[in-house]
Design a protein around this ligand. Structure first.
Ligand SMILES: C=C1C[C@]23C[C@@]1(O)CC[C@H]2[C@@]12CCC[C@@](C)(C(=O)O1)[C@H]2[C@@H]3C(=O)O
Ligand SMILES: O=C(O)CCC(=O)C(=O)O
Ligand SMILES: [Fe+2]
Length: 345
């Protein structure tokens, strides 16, 4: 499995998370702003906006997905058959984040490194800290798992390996549907078919959002789009993920038991010439319950050139210049959300 490159690797200073359990009052370093009145889902309405939920067993699923890609850039899927593995990965994540902070720090992401325990990778772009701790896996997690559980790491590793394999298969199935609709010949890309020499770049991010003393002024994860083709997110029971919808504002992605959330990432946005949008999202926190999520990022190999395809675009003008994954990662790592405007034609 190809490891993804970390867009933000060059800036890894201030990566040490705090001991959230010991904090009674939100520190100034973690105060963002009051966002409690911004969510459209917070306002009762006869027809509240909600992210589409698609059953993969439904024969209409492919066309519903394409519609969701165009209108939302995000949807939830059920009928994928992965619920047992979802429960297993959730309990392993709970076990990891439940360790004492000194123990977790043994697997701290090293400066310039991409994997292990730490703050969100985008932290250096913000002067406030997020109410979050994460654990990033690229390929096998065995080295960090041994630091956490020297005698008892195998169960964690097996579950993470299984989960990444299943998420990879699901991501490839979804991308085949998206590419077919964009008239992209996916037979050409051996990394999409697990054949040939090149592999996709992938990462699994375990996220924990501890209960927060002042949730309306804190943020679990700052607004971002994902640096991926697609990201598959398991939300685990507690809500918090919000997406920005033009004309509606912030919309909560309601967790549905057994559902997986599919976010379109930046590479699909560029490939589709903006016909499918990479969705801006953020995570809000709550006072009572620790929230977990697992996000699987699937991207092309670093040397793949991402070029807008014009099959579904009437004006036939590419909005973005062609560039390799490596080039995009470098631009995003320096400029974060300004990356799109910097590659616009
Ligand atoms: C593949 C990647 C996307 C990601 C950076 C990374 O190299 C590994 C972690 C990913 C993550 C997860 C939490 C949110 C996010 C914005 C971050 O800070 O780290 C994403 C990154 C991304 O999508 O750019
Ligand atoms: O916690 C979530 O629901 C989403 C996290 C996220 O956006 C990410 O890991 O990229
Ligand atoms: Fe994300």
């Amino acid at each position: 499995m190809g490891a993804i490159s970390d867009p933000y690797g060059a800036h890894l200073h201030h990566i040490i998370p705090i001991d959230f359990n010991s904090i009674q009052t939100l520190p100034e370093s973690h105060v963002w702003h009051d966002h409690s009145d911004e969510s459209s889902s917070g306002v009762p309405s006869a027809d509240p906006l909600s992210v589409p939920v698609i059953d993969l067993m439904d024969p209409e699923a492919p066309s519903l997905m394409i519609q969701a890609c165009e209108e939302w850039g995000i949807f939830q899927v059920i009928g994928h058959g992965l619920t047992k593995l979802m429960d297993d990965v959730e309990s392993e994540a709970e076990k990891l984040f439940g360790l004492p902070v000194d123990q977790k720090l043994k697997a701290l992401r090293s400066p310039g490194g991409a994997t292990g325990y730490g703050r969100p990778h985008i932290s250096p772009f913000f002067d406030k800290h997020m109410w979050h701790e994460g654990f990033t896996i690229m390929g096998s997690p065995v080295d960090h798992a041994k630091q956490l559980w020297p005698q008892d790491y195998q169960g964690f590793c097996d579950t993470m390996d299984d989960y990444q394999n299943q998420m990879k298969a699901l991501a490839q199935k979804l991308i085949h549907i998206f590419f077919k609709s964009l008239d992209i010949n996916f037979e050409e890309f051996d990394w999409l078919n697990d054949s040939g020499s090149s592999s996709p770049s992938t990462a699994l991010q375990l996220n924990s959002y501890p209960p927060c003393p002042d949730p309306t002024r804190a943020l679990g994860m700052a607004t971002h789009t994902d640096t991926s083709l697609v990201t598959i997110v398991q939300q685990c029971k507690t809500s918090g993920l919000q997406v920005f919808k033009d004309g509606a504002g912030w919309v909560l992605v309601q967790p549905i038991p057994g559902a997986l959330t599919v976010n379109l990432g930046d590479y699909l946005h560029i490939l589709s010439n903006g016909v499918f949008t990479s969705v801006r999202h953020r995570v809000v926190v709550n006072q009572q319950i620790q929230r977990f999520s697992m996000a699987y990022f699937y991207s092309p190999p670093r040397d793949f050139t991402v070029s807008p395809v014009l099959s579904r675009v009437l004006e036939k003008v590419p909005k973005y210049r062609s560039l390799t994954v490596k080039e995009y990662v470098d631009i995003k790592g320096k400029h974060l959300e300004k990356a799109f405007s910097l590659i616009q034609n």
